[in-house]
Design a binder for this molecule. Structure first.
Ligand SMILES: Nc1nc2c(ncn2[C@@H]2O[C@H](COP(=O)(O)OP(=O)(O)OP(=O)(O)O)[C@@H](O)[C@H]2O)c(=O)[nH]1
Length: 255
């Protein structure tokens, strides 16, 4: 769902929290992004599974019960990951739904663009809704079709873990599915707990940075892995610096 007062889809709000009626999510202009260190994440899943609630919980530590219908807002924040500042962009999306034959997906073009744009994927279902769980495999196949080769950093989130009595998807089913997608399974409750949600997003950010080659922001499209340029060897730099200094001192004393 969409927060009241969100910026238009795909835009950034540079005016701080003023535009947000329910939840102030500090935003900053694109120009202010940390150069070459941007992590782009898209949150995907069926209707009503808590995509917006998870994003809001992660960014604000708060849970807001009701949102307007989601048209896909883009949130951006600076975060510190392993001591390094990173520009994190999170794309909320409208829901996807299984087609009647249950093999295909109803998926808006806007979602396809978000999938293409993103570096990392949060696939969300609700543990209280087995149908939402059944959308995950076709959804992942859909992501694969858009990124046919290469490593796809992904996590699977079983949300609404506070509603244990209404559980329709056992935790081990979530774990098995996540393993088959090459990701990790997190059970979380956007309603009750910030830590679980935070751990899930953080894990994905780290996976993305690893996949991008250590956080230099280079894309690995079509499986192309662009290695991070090697940082200069500090010992070698110091040695050369001393060499230059001593030759300067020598030429000064011979004058
Ligand atoms: N009990 C419980 N309710 C939750 C949780 N997360 C979200 N909800 C509720 O589930 C409903 C849907 O949450 P949203 O975040 O709007 O879900 P969404 O996936 O963005 O929904 P769509 O707009 O349909 O795509 C809201 O009423 C939330 O309050 C949770 O962890 N536990």
């Amino acid at each position: 769902m969409r927060l009241t007062g969100d910026p238009a889809p795909g835009t950034m709000n540079s005016s701080g929290s003023g535009n947000f009626l329910l939840v102030p999510i500090p935003e900053y202009p694109l120009l202010d992004c940390v150069p070459n260190k941007t992590v782009k994440i898209v949150v995907l899943g069926a209707s009503n599974v808590g995509k917006t609630a998870l994003i809001v919980r992660f960014l604000t530590k708060r849970f807001i019960g009701d949102y307007e219908a989601n048209t896909g807002a883009l949130y951006s924040r600076k975060v510190t990951l392993d001591g390094e500042e990173v520009s994190l962009q999170i794309q909320d999306t409208p829901c996807v739904a299984l087609q009647d034959d249950a093999d295909g997906l109803y998926c808006q073009e806007q979602i396809n663009r978000s999938i293409y744009w993103a570096d990392g994927y949060v696939l969300v279902f609700s543990i209280t809704d087995h149908n939402s769980y059944r959308t995950i495999q076709p959804l992942y196949q859909h992501v694969r079709r858009i990124h046919p080769s290469g490593n796809i950093p992904v996590i699977l989130v079983g949300n609404k873990s506070d509603l244990l009595r209404a559980r329709q998807v056992p935790a081990d089913e979530g774990e098995t599915l996540a393993a088959s997608l090459g990701g990790v399974y997190f059970e979380a409750s956007a309603r009750e707990n910030h830590e679980g949600v935070h751990a899930a997003f953080l894990h994905l950010c780290q996976e993305v940075i690893r996949a991008l080659g250590g956080g230099n922001g280079e894309k690995r499209r079509g499986g192309l892995h662009l290695a991070r340029p090697k940082s200069p060897n500090m010992q070698e730099l110091k040695r050369r610096f001393r060499q230059v200094l001593s030759s300067k001192v020598k030429s000064a004393t011979t004058l």
